[in-house]
Design a protein around this ligand. Structure first.
Ligand code: GLC
Length: 424
């Protein structure tokens, strides 16, 4: 496939999954609007139709909760092909949504849309309307997910991290019971190979947490302390820090000074606290289990994602070296778990496979930090995967096999970004 063919195919996938004002991640497996999928999808859409790209993010924020949270799924239409659906979440929102959130990449995405926009007047208006909403989401994070004012926020459910069944959650999951959950039938394993999906033991715990939070009426003032699962994920926090820094820059350019100052503060405190997640032994960042206080011994892509944030140059250089080392163990960067780890599983969801969105954010950060060689290898591997295996949900890092859903929206969006040369 030549690059123009790749771009044309990516555009066709974005169109096919477009539902007018939002885009589904892929038909069948994911029939609704997902939070970070939409924000990253908008970056691809801007190469085709700028106005449509803004709409994607605006639709997501139209379903922001009154407390500032932006939910991880918006159930725009009924579809029984997905579990757990709106009846299980029972959040009581006018348009049903889930009750948890997802990696806050909106601040980054809105700034990138704004700075690259050809239609300056429209971009100014649309950014000006979105900035206070993104700021409210960031404020919500520090109020509800960092009650001890550590400068970093916790995820209360693996689905919030966006890396559903990562090895990172195995140890904290030991503290999550499964007793008493309602009987259920999974739908994901009807759309994709069960060997590539999370296990039943994991699914039971996902549902126990949902039922626990539902029992607390989705009151975000209570969820953090009541949850047995609260993990400080370096990747999630890096995305929040980068979004806060970008939102601060955007707000300053628009003359929204209070929001700019507030978000500069979030970013500065977050960056300082992120140092506490660094592991010399692994040469990367690790998760911290806030329930026990300890670091979690798991070298996942979540600990490389901090490259996306404005971390100190020495840390970026160390992460670039780490990426190079992983490149010696995997044909395709960036595996979601180090192949040297005995828990690495090249085909099971977030326990080994490669995701283009993660690649994009790591490459973008490494490039900004002057680590061009590592960024270029990630970009080249990403496009090689598409040429070899098409637009899959995720890929085997050893042989490049396409896994999970096909004709995947954010994979297509990232290809348009990589081809446009914005990330590397
Ligand atoms: C899976 C992924 C998550 C993504 C969603 C929709 O749940 O783990 O990160 O947002 O699919 O693509």
């Amino acid at each position: 496939m030549t690059d123009p063919d790749l771009a044309a195919q990516a555009v066709a996938i974005l169109r096919e999954n477009d539902r007018g004002s939002y885009t589904v991640p892929t038909k069948g497996l994911y029939p609704f609007q997902w939070n970070w999928d939409s924000c990253l999808t908008a970056l691809g859409q801007r190469h085709v139709d700028e106005a449509r790209a803004w709409t994607e993010i605006e639709t997501l924020f139209a379903h922001q909760w009154p407390d500032g949270m932006v939910p991880h799924i918006v159930f725009h239409e009924r579809d029984d092909g997905y579990f757990p659906g709106p009846d299980v979440w029972a959040t009581g929102r006018p348009v049903p949504t889930s009750g948890i959130t997802q990696p806050p990449v909106a601040g980054f995405a809105v700034k990138r849309l704004w700075e690259g926009a050809a239609d300056r007047a429209a971009a100014e208006d649309r950014a000006r309307a979105l900035v206070p909403k993104v700021a409210a989401w960031h404020r919500w994070f520090f109020a509800c997910r960092d009650p001890g004012a550590e400068g970093l926020v916790a995820v209360l459910h693996p689905w919030e991290a966006g890396r559903d069944n990562a090895v990172d959650w195995d140890a904290p999951f030991e503290g999550v019971p499964t007793e008493g959950i309602a009987p259920y039938t999974r739908r994901d394993t009807q759309h994709a190979d069960p060997a590539h999906r999370p296990t039943k033991a994991q699914y039971d715990r996902y549902l126990w947490l949902v039922e626990r939070f539902r029992g607390l009426g989705w009151d975000n003032a209570r969820l953090h302390d009541a949850s047995p699962f609260k993990v400080v994920d370096p990747g999630f926090n890096a995305i929040l820090i980068r979004s806060a820094a970008d939102l601060a820059a955007l707000a300053a350019a628009l003359g929204m000074d209070a929001i700019a100052a507030e978000n500069r503060g979030h970013a500065a405190r977050g960056l300082a606290a992120l140092e506490g997640l660094w592991s010399d032994a692994h040469g990367q960042y690790l998760c911290r289990d806030r329930a026990t206080g300890g670091l979690i011994d798991s070298a996942s892509s979540g600990g490389i994602l901090p490259a996306f944030a404005p971390i100190p140059p020495a840390r970026a250089a160390a992460l670039a070296a780490r990426v190079e080392a992983l490149g010696g163990r995997a044909r395709y960067l960036v595996p979601s778990q180090d192949p040297a780890d005995p828990r690495f599983d090249p085909r099971r969801y977030w326990r080994g496979p490669v995701w283009l969105v993660v690649n994009y954010m790591i490459a973008d950060g490494l490039m900004r930090a002057g680590q061009g060689a590592a960024a270029a290898r990630i970009t080249a591997d990403s496009l090689d995967l598409i040429r070899a295996s098409g637009f899959a949900e995720y890929y085997d890092p050893l042989d490049g096999a396409p896994l999970g859903g096909g004709r995947f929206t954010w994979t297509a969006a990232m290809v348009l970004e990589f081809l446009a040369g914005d990330a590397a």
